[in-house]
Design a protein around this ligand. Structure first.
Ligand SMILES: *[C@@H]1O[C@H](CO)[C@@H](O)[C@H](O)[C@H]1NC(C)=O
Ligand SMILES: *[C@@H]1O[C@H](CO)[C@@H](O)[C@H](O)[C@H]1NC(C)=O
Ligand SMILES: *[C@@H]1O[C@H](CO)[C@@H](O)[C@H](O)[C@H]1NC(C)=O
Ligand SMILES: *[C@@H]1O[C@H](CO)[C@@H](O)[C@H](O)[C@H]1NC(C)=O
Ligand SMILES: *[C@@H]1O[C@H](CO)[C@@H](O)[C@H](O)[C@H]1NC(C)=O
Length: 362
């Protein structure tokens, strides 16, 4: 029995090790059709996709295009690099249909329109001269989750913001991992796996509360609603003043913030690390993520630390750093257009400290 448990533990450790990174390759792997084929097989095994690929020959052709694109791109030396993550054999169109707004009119569902409403940190005098701030270092952010093939990024973003807020405000003693599946199955306003917005997810959480991840585990498909006991509640949602880098920085310094972004580009699909600065993404937001930190420095790197829900083999262990010192107020990929956050049932007065503007806001 003990041996059996031991073997299972090893398998689990091995599996998580396999999937935690993207695979690397060199120029040699691209030299011949056969070396490319070997790389492809290695990639398939690495991501455990043997069963998922129905048309292997077609996948191989897409894979080859992506590998060559990645290789050429990385040779140019950008501030970020691309890699062979789990989306390595998908065309950008397929990727957009599945994960970034191809299926429906995202404009309608990801925009919550930050009008009216309260912004709790509006009058906060906050010290954001601190160069880098990261809620992960405070133990306030759960390990990365994976929405898999369910288009419900808004739900993952909202739940992540709730988990962190409850812990930061001392509502929960520990950092809880809460259930996205509950909203996918039971939400009134969320749309299962067909594009749930952050706002709809927050409204459902206000109405129903959330149970734990382990009591209502994730399946990645919309199923029938099962009964559950809510262990966490929020009383409302507020909107950060949109398109204002200072206001947004102060908000993130107080709690992780849910945002909508345009994640539809090929560079976003294959992002593998570094500071993302691809200005080709637009302001028409297609996905939702959670900002858990930032770095501000004069003459150095300025970026948002962004938690995604595509597992750990995408990006920097599931995160992306997005350039924050850009020319337009809406932020890169529209990241500042629609920021919102949950508030606890007993709303505490926001903390105050001295505010030093360490960077210039355009
Ligand atoms: C948030 O969603 C609810 C439920 O769909 C809707 O009634 C409300 O108007 C939305 N709020 C905003 C600001 O979009
Ligand atoms: C939460 O508790 C910690 C430790 O007791 C305390 O330092 C912190 O100020 C509390 N936070 C809030 C928002 O009450
Ligand atoms: C959350 O709200 C529900 C419904 O109002 C209530 O039954 C539950 O006890 C609350 N949970 C907590 C932890 O406050
Ligand atoms: C941006 O937000 C800050 C902090 O809330 C505020 O002081 C400033 O006036 C805002 N700027 C604009 C252009 O609204
Ligand atoms: C954003 O959407 C509008 C209206 O659908 C469209 O006209 C515009 O070209 C889009 N912009 C980008 C950058 O995708």
């Amino acid at each position: 029995m003990a041996n059996y448990v031991f073997v299972i533990a090893i398998i689990i450790v091995a599996l998580s090790a396999i999937q935690s990174t993207s695979i690397t390759f060199t120029e040699r792997d691209l030299e011949t059709e056969e070396s490319l084929k070997n790389l492809f097989e290695k990639w398939v095994a690495h991501h455990g996709l043997e069963k998922d690929l129905d048309n292997k020959a077609e996948r191989f052709n897409i894979f080859k295009d992506n590998v060559k694109y990645i290789h050429e791109f990385n040779k140019q030396g950008h501030s970020y690099h691309l890699g062979l993550n789990q989306f390595g054999a998908m065309t950008n169109e397929e990727f957009r249909n599945m994960y970034a707004g191809g299926k429906i009119d995202r404009q309608r569902i990801t925009r919550s329109r930050a009008i009216g409403g309260r912004y709790m940190y509006e009058k906060v005098e906050d010290d954001i001269s601190i160069t880098c701030f990261d809620w992960r270092q405070k133990g306030a952010v759960n390990p990365i989750k994976d929405q898999d093939q369910c288009d419900c990024g808004g739900t993952f973003s909202a739940v992540a913001s709730v988990e962190s807020m409850l812990f930061i405000r001392n509502v929960t003693e520990k950092l809880l991992s809460l259930s996205e599946q509950e909203l996918v199955d039971c939400g009134f306003f969320t749309h299962g796996c067909s594009g749930a917005s952050v706002n709809d997810s927050f409204v459902d959480i206000i109405l129903k509360g959330l149970t734990t991840e382990s009591d209502y585990p994730y399946t990645g498909k919309q199923g029938t609603c099962k009964s559950f006991i809510p262990v966490a509640n929020i009383s409302g949602v507020e909107f950060v003043t949109p398109n204002n880098r200072t206001a947004f920085t102060i908000a993130v310094h107080n709690q992780p913030i849910s945002v909508a972004i345009d994640a539809s580009s090929l560079s976003f699909q294959l992002y593998n690390g570094g500071i993302f600065d691809d200005e080709s993404c637009g302001f028409n937001t297609t996905h939702a993520v959670t900002v858990v930190g930032y770095c501000n420095s004069i003459g150095g790197d300025n970026y948002w630390i962004v938690r995604n829900s595509w597992g750990t083999s995408w990006g920097e262990g599931g995160y992306i750093r997005i350039k924050s010192d850009v020319r337009y107020a809406s932020g890169l990929c529209g990241i500042l257009t629609d920021p919102s956050y949950p508030i606890p049932t007993n709303i505490p007065s926001p903390p105050t400290s001295t505010y030093h503007d360490s960077f210039s806001v355009e």
